[in-house]
Unconditional design. Structure first.
Length: 612
């Protein structure tokens, strides 16, 4: 796990003009605090910041190159099957996965990618051919941004290092629109014009100043594996291997509980970690996590957050956001990683199971919305639901919010249902917030399948391409790496993904049950209560915190009227309306919508020196 960056000069002058090497490494250092490296190879400069997980010796430091300095590589990620390649490689000088990948790329080029089981973003330079290859793993677990102009091609794990390589850029208003619709940025474009996100399963080869982008991973139509329990067990076992301490995140939900239970079988001294909230029973689920920990007999650690914890950590949290990201559960992940770092350097998580096995409440809502009787009931209930706007702050209010959303859902077409369920704000609300007209076509295109998943239905492909890649995995990567924690995702082993994609829908969900195959395959591992409890998100008491001690600072500093008017991006009147609604008796989702504004305004301040 690391941070990487690099620049390839087309005119042999760019590198001579560039001398800010240490700043790039400093910006990458949170992703890899153990070692920083920089090296020039002809017209290519590579940067690496290392988090030592496998082979912690200096031999595996990067940039990694051969003795003749013809080939060079920077690599962020882990290959869990790297030992399988020992027999087909020459004798190695290291014991980790870096040298293995280096030799595979040197011998086979991009053809080796389908053999890899792991997550990665890397750059591989061939000085003799003057070619640069960058690639991203199948699911997009590790990030990679890139930029090209007439003089250079550049890439980096995060935006700030890349902007330091290529200079100031204009904001991308279409992506700002997407951000306020979804609460996160999505797709191949980024918040900056001319800076792009390499999509999951994509690679780029830059040769003779020509940039060729293609999809290297195409999910097969059929999986050759049929024993799910054995498959997931192997995925967990592979991800427990490291030269540093390893534990698991345990929320008490089905997914993380299964991963923790399997891990305990292979690692008797397993440490498990959960996070909750003091005096917030609606949001706190640590009792379920403790129930599982006791059942599997793990060394369990529970951390409970208070409003004071939010107040004392919120500025550091906001300052580390690389691209606007307003999924408020990221704060939970940030704090959980901070606490966990005291004990382990690697944590397994249950990410991906909801997307693969239809575990979200929206999946059940979509299934129910196809039933004509449910449509009739929703229409009958409509006048009753107008009494309250609902919110996420309590059981009854949250149920009202869900019913109102379902009432609107049943009236929509299939594609519009996906947009509706994914969105925090409507297009009308976003238009009122933004001062500049946007192309809604960019947002609409997110709901089309890309080449790598063209064989599968929209519901599955949108979950993997957007919800997973641009929300859940961004949250796991960015906010764990701020504390030097590596997150591993057994459900995202590509073999598990292919199995899930080709599984019949009725083995995942019915009108009465979700994640059917998970519960059927592992019901002997865990307490009965874990499988029968209702689905709950990893949410925070956002409304209470934003209207509490932090409120005056929000309104006086972050959402300062003069500041916002001077930026000329958002309408202050719309923001003022959200503030008033949040303080009203029927706040609805105003706290989540205002949180997106708070994150964006804080981000603008932090990135002001990089914006044209």
């Amino acid at each position: 796990m690391c941070g990487i960056a690099g620049i390839l000069s087309f005119d042999n002058k760019t590198l001579k003009r560039f001398s800010n090497n240490q700043k790039i490494l400093d910006l990458l250092s949170p992703r890899g605090p153990d070692n920083q490296g920089f090296k020039e190879f002809a017209n290519c400069a590579l940067f690496h910041s290392r988090l030592q997980i496998l082979d912690t010796s200096i031999s595996s430091n990067q940039p990694f190159s051969d003795t003749e300095n013809r080939y060079a590589m920077v690599f962020n990620g882990e290959l869990f099957n790297y030992k399988e390649f020992y027999k087909c490689l020459p004798p190695l000088t290291t014991t980790g996965d870096v040298e293995v990948l280096f030799n595979l790329l040197k011998n086979e080029g991009e053809n080796c990618l389908n053999k890899l089981n792991g997550f990665f973003a890397f750059a591989f330079f061939d000085k003799e051919k003057n070619s640069l290859l960058i690639a991203r793993d199948r699911l997009g677990i590790k990030p990679l941004y890139y930029y090209k102009d007439e003089e250079k091609f550049a890439f980096a794990s995060e935006l700030k290092p890349l902007l330091n390589l290529v200079g100031k850029q204009e904001l991308n208003v279409d992506q700002i629109n997407t951000y306020f619709r979804l609460n996160y940025c999505a797709g191949n474009e980024t918040i900056f014009k001319n800076i792009y996100r390499l999509l999951p399963g994509q690679l780029i080869e830059v040769k003779n100043n020509i940039v060729n982008t293609k999809t290297w991973y195409v999910a097969p139509k059929k999986s050759t594996l049929d024993d799910f329990a054995i498959l997931l067990d192997d995925a967990v076992k592979l991800r427990l291997h490291a030269d540093v301490p390893v534990g698991t995140f345990l929320s008490g939900g089905v997914d993380s509980s299964i991963i923790s239970a399997i891990a305990k079988k292979h690692k008797p001294d397993l440490h498990t970690f959960s996070i909750g909230f003091k005096n917030e029973s609606f949001f706190d689920e640590t009792n379920y996590a403790e129930l599982v920990a006791k059942h599997i007999n793990s060394n369990h650690h529970t951390f409970k957050l208070s409003e004071d914890d939010f107040q004392s950590n919120i500025h550091n949290f906001l300052n580390c956001i690389d691209e606007p990201f307003a999924d408020s559960s990221a704060f939970n992940f940030y704090m959980l990683s901070k606490f966990t770092k005291q004990f382990v350097k690697v944590a397994l998580s249950g990410d991906g199971a909801d997307e693969l096995f239809k575990g979200y409440n929206k999946h059940k809502a979509l299934l129910m919305s196809e039933n004509s009787l449910n449509m009739l009931i929703a229409g009958t209930a409509s006048p009753l639901l107008s009494i309250s706007s609902g919110s996420r702050e309590g059981t009854l209010a949250n149920k009202t919010r869900q019913l109102k959303k379902f009432n609107a859902l049943v009236k929509l077409s299939s594609t519009e249902k996906q947009k509706f369920l994914a969105s925090i704000s409507t297009q009308k609300e976003t238009d009122q917030l933004l001062k500049t007209k946007i192309r809604t076509a960019y947002f609409d295109n997110l709901f089309k399948t890309n080449q790598s998943l063209h064989n599968f239905e929209l519901e599955d492909t949108f979950d993997l391409q957007t919800v997973l890649a641009d929300d859940m995995l961004v949250k796991a990567d960015r906010f764990s790496m701020q504390h030097g924690i590596e997150i591993r995702n057994p459900f995202l082993d590509y073999r598990v993904v292919e199995f899930a994609l080709n599984l019949e829908k009725n083995k995942k969900i019915s009108r009465n049950e979700q994640k059917i195959i998970l519960k059927k395959s592992f019901n002997q591992l865990l307490p009965f209560e874990i499988f029968t409890r209702s689905k709950k998100g990893f949410e925070v008491p956002l409304h209470k915190w934003l209207t509490g001690k932090f409120n005056s600072e929000i309104e006086n500093k972050i959402l300062n009227k003069e500041k916002i008017k001077a930026e000329d991006i958002l309408n202050y009147e719309a923001i003022e309306g959200l503030i008033k609604k949040m303080h009203s008796k029927n706040p609805g989702d105003s706290a989540a919508k205002l949180w997106a504004v708070i994150v964006f305004e804080s981000w603008l301040t932090n990135f002001k020196d990089y914006i044209k």
